[in-house]
Design a protein around this ligand. Structure first.
Ligand SMILES: Cc1ncc(COP(=O)(O)O)c(C=O)c1O
Length: 330
């Protein structure tokens, strides 16, 4: 309990919300944070429509299905950021219903950060007053990174946002899945119920929760400290730019959004290579998330192998690789 409150207070400060104005808990990860944030939105706006970009994490459409919510998929820009022109058209077409917006801070594949200020501006422009919208920020990876980057967009409850979540096992590197969800205290009554058996009110998604998770998060935050976290973030940014330049110098199409440590590039043609490097891919794009354990040597050997294999793929691309039992992808 003490560890959990300490972790929550730390994040409340990071995202600029007063102690007596927030409610939160340590979750099992970003997905549970999304489940909770969107549920708070739904319970406060039962007829609200969920808007989310097509680049959102798969948990968002899954949550819409679980809650049987009407969900409008909004288009994305090439960067992966939500397209506010499309959002405006969708909001205007559904003006009679409150809006529950899921914002990606940032997207899973391309690390694009939805523009919080532009989305808020778009809501007001379409006639949605503050009492008719709810904004959930899915900050699984960047929610803890952006506050340490100069010039990066601010995640702040001083803006009209309503909940923020992060995963503790992503940037912080906690050894088992965990996360944080923070929302405005005033919303939680719509969700919480008296539970006699635990002598408390319950407003969480799960019942029993890990007691280790708050300790792991507390330890990760304490071990690095603010300056340590800032250095780690800057180091990841530097290595991401290094990887981007290396890939481009080798003639491999690659992109890196500003304030992002996710380098996206053309999908390698060989599944063995993809498996060996554990690359996450979607359609014709793969990515590398450059976290603190990733060294320059690892990036060098990744690009070297990519380039060597690419030569082979371009020469013998018409042949499918032979698959044999116990193939370890050597
Ligand atoms: C944008 C985004 N949201 C949510 C999640 C889910 O987080 P978790 O794996 O902690 O449930 C991810 C995971 O990759 C993500 O990238």
């Amino acid at each position: 309990m003490t560890f959990e409150v300490s972790v929550l207070d730390w994040f409340a400060k990071l995202w600029e919300i007063e102690k007596n104005e927030y409610w939160g808990y340590v979750t099992s990860g970003g997905t549970e944070g999304n489940l909770h944030g969107i549920l708070v939105g739904r319970e406060n706006f039962p007829d609200g429509i969920l808007y989310t970009s097509e680049d959102s994490h798969y948990s968002i459409p899954k949550i819409a299905r679980m809650y049987r919510m009407q969900c409008v998929k909004v288009g994305s820009l090439i960067s992966g950021e939500i397209d506010c022109v499309d959002l405006e058209a969708s909001l205007l077409a559904n003006k009679d219903k409150p809006a529950i917006i899921n914002l990606n801070i940032g997207t899973t594949l391309k690390g694009a950060i939805d523009d919080i200020d532009l989305v808020i501006q778009t809501l007001y422009k379409c006639g949605f007053t503050r009492d008719r919208f709810y904004i959930h920020c899915d900050g699984a990876l960047f929610g803890i990174m952006l506050p340490f980057i100069e010039q990066a967009p601010r995640i702040s409850f001083k803006k009209p946002i309503d909940s923020v979540t992060i995963s503790g096992h992503k940037f912080l590197g906690c050894p088992s899945p965990c996360g944080v969800l923070i929302t405005r205290l005033k919303y939680i009554d719509a969700l919480s119920r008296e539970c006699g058996i635990i002598a408390s009110r319950d407003a969480t998604i799960t019942g029993s929760r890990s007691g280790h998770a708050p300790i792991l998060m507390w330890y990760a935050l304490k071990k690095s400290g603010l300056i340590g976290l800032e250095n780690e973030v800057n180091n990841c940014m530097m290595k991401s730019r290094y990887l981007l330049n290396k890939l481009r110098d080798a003639g491999i199409g690659a992109m890196l959004n500003e304030f992002s440590n996710i380098v996206a590039f053309e999908r390698p043609q060989d599944d063995q290579f993809t498996r060996r490097w554990n690359l996450a891919s979607n359609k014709n794009i793969s990515h590398v998330v450059v976290l603190k354990h990733v060294t320059i040597e690892m990036l060098d050997s990744f690009v070297l192998e990519f380039v060597q294999k690419r030569l082979i793929w371009s020469k013998y691309g018409q042949f499918q690789p032979l698959c044999i039992a116990n193939d370890v992808g050597s």
